[in-house]
Design a protein around this ligand. Structure first.
Ligand SMILES: C[S@@+](CC[C@H](N)C(=O)[O-])C[C@H]1O[C@@H](n2cnc3c(N)ncnc32)[C@H](O)[C@@H]1O
Length: 209
């Protein structure tokens, strides 16, 4: 899908991935690990920003990036071209009070752009499954390019069989094959999920070699 397609989906409200809440697996991870090292986190393909806000609340200097201008507008709580149609989502996206200044949203093509600086952490949630499978090597190279040496890559992977997408399916085997040459796997587990994804997600916590 091109950036234009993603923008159109936000403009028309065709956003079945939008759950109005952060990934339950991320919420549980941050609650269980209150002493994480590192200060900066990159959330690529951040959408309306629920996950990014969760990292910011946990004390990280947080940057959400998305290729669709309307996603960034929604994440920032600023108007898009048809405010009436997107009102509900915008209110949800911007409804949390006390979101600290350490949260920023920026327009970027994660696969092709250079990072503004190297991050301590990258958090993946439904970007890997959203891109064309032919771009997955580009994705792995982007994670390597945007992350500091020794940085952490935390992923909520979506293990579905679908070949027509997005979302495009993957397997644990493919993820190991792609990431293990460059990262050490610290742990993996099946997280708590949104109701319609229960049992279909696998979280992996990798450290860049
Ligand atoms: C399925 S949505 C998931 C959004 C969010 N992560 C969530 O779970 O609610 C995929 C997101 O990735 C964005 N995206 C697609 N390709 C991208 C790219 N190359 N760089 C940055 N964002 C991209 C889309 O605009 C969209 O917001």
């Amino acid at each position: 899908m091109s950036s234009t397609d993603w923008e159109t989906r936000y403009q028309t409200g065709d956003m079945p991935w939008e759950k109005g809440a952060p990934s339950p697996g991320l919420v549980d991870f941050l609650a269980a690990h209150r002493d994480l090292t590192g200060e900066t986190i990159c959330v690529p393909g951040c959408g309306t920003g629920h996950d990014a806000r969760e990292w910011a609340k946990a004390g990280f200097e947080t940057f959400g990036f998305d290729i669709a201008p309307s996603a960034i507008a929604l994440a920032q709580g600023t108007p898009v071209s048809d405010p009436a149609r997107l009102k509900t989502t915008r209110q949800r996206a911007g409804s949390e009070t006390g979101v600290p200044m350490r949260l920023k949203f920026r327009l970027a093509d994660f696969l092709r752009d250079e990072p503004p600086f190297l991050f301590d952490w990258i958090f993946e949630h439904t970007l890997f499954c959203a891109i064309d499978p032919g771009e997955r090597e580009l994705y792995v190279q982007a994670v390597l390019r945007w992350l500091k040496p020794g940085g952490d890559y935390l992923a909520v992977n979506y293990l579905i069989p679908d070949r027509e997408g997005p979302p495009f399916g993957t397997t644990r085997e493919e993820l190991i094959e792609r990431f293990a040459p460059h990262f050490s796997l610290l742990s993996e587990w099946v997280p708590r999920s949104y109701p319609n994804r229960t049992g279909l997600e696998l979280m992996m916590w990798w450290r860049k070699k």
